[in-house]
Design a protein around this ligand. Structure first.
Ligand SMILES: C[S@@+](CC[C@H](N)C(=O)[O-])C[C@H]1O[C@@H](n2cnc3c(N)ncnc32)[C@H](O)[C@@H]1O
Length: 230
């Protein structure tokens, strides 16, 4: 094989690799169909520690009313409903594929009315004002085209002094996204958006390394905020 042919082969391989990475990013943003179901089942494995950790930070009580935005396959909904055993857990996700998967995972709690999972967008929540004690979103803000609008929606549905957790993998800890798919933020950028949306008392927590069971180099951050009434 000539050097020219070898270069052409390497170039083609890199194009295919880039195409595959883009298609996985697009599915992570909005899982759809069979590939979406596969990507969803990798989330169950990869994001479980972040789900457990985020729910543990919220200090949920048996009667808590809780909202998750971008619940994916629904592990955190399950953990939250176990803690809010006499309360209510609602969720919104704009992927029909994930709504189906998460409803299946939480079927028993849905049947008795303790969990409600809806198809919808973070920018337009179907819930009344000041309804939830706690709200959270895990690995989802990076895909919201207008994050401040979505955070304002979250503030609207939270009770005064309600708590919000936004969990992310920060910039530098995972590859950047193509700009048309999303934005990987660092902690300061998210803190700024939260304060633009009217939240106060931002607290940043870094996950304990012993919780990073699979990807040891990954650090998740959560932003815990107290929503103050005006
Ligand atoms: C990377 S997945 C994370 C899922 C889950 N939170 C987890 O940690 O496994 C991102 C999820 O956010 C949802 N999502 C992204 N943008 C959204 C939006 N604007 N409104 C509602 N859901 C959104 C996607 O459909 C997907 O289920």
């Amino acid at each position: 094989m000539s050097a020219q042919q070898r270069n052409a082969l390497v170039q083609r391989f890199n194009e295919l690799k880039g195409g595959l990475a883009r298609s996985i990013d697009a599915q992570t943003r909005k899982p759809t169909g069979l590939l979406g179901r596969l990507v969803g089942s990798t989330m169950v494995r990869k994001n479980d520690a972040a789900a457990r950790w985020t729910v543990s930070l919220l200090d949920l009580q048996p009667e808590s009313h809780v909202l998750e935005v971008g619940f994916g396959p629904g592990m955190a909904v399950q953990y939250a409903s176990e803690k809010a055993s006499e309360g209510f857990v609602a969720g919104i996700d704009y992927s029909e594929t994930m709504v189906q998967a998460a409803r299946k995972r939480n079927a028993a709690a849905i049947r008795v009315g303790r969990v409600e999972l809806k198809h919808g967008d973070a920018s337009n929540l179907p819930n009344p004002e000041e309804f939830f004690d706690k709200a959270f979103a895990i690995h989802s803000i990076m895909f919201w085209p207008k994050p401040v609008d979505c955070l304002q929606e979250l503030r609207r549905v939270l009770k005064p002094n309600g708590l919000l957790a936004i969990t992310i993998v920060p910039k530098g800890r995972r590859p950047d996204l193509p700009t048309d798919l999303g934005t990987i933020y660092d902690s300061n950028e998210v803190a700024e958006k939260l304060s633009d949306a009217g939240f106060q008392d931002v607290r940043v927590e870094v996950i304990s390394p012993r919780l990073c069971t699979r990807s040891k180099e990954v650090i998740w951050l959560a932003f815990i905020l107290i929503h103050r009434s005006a």
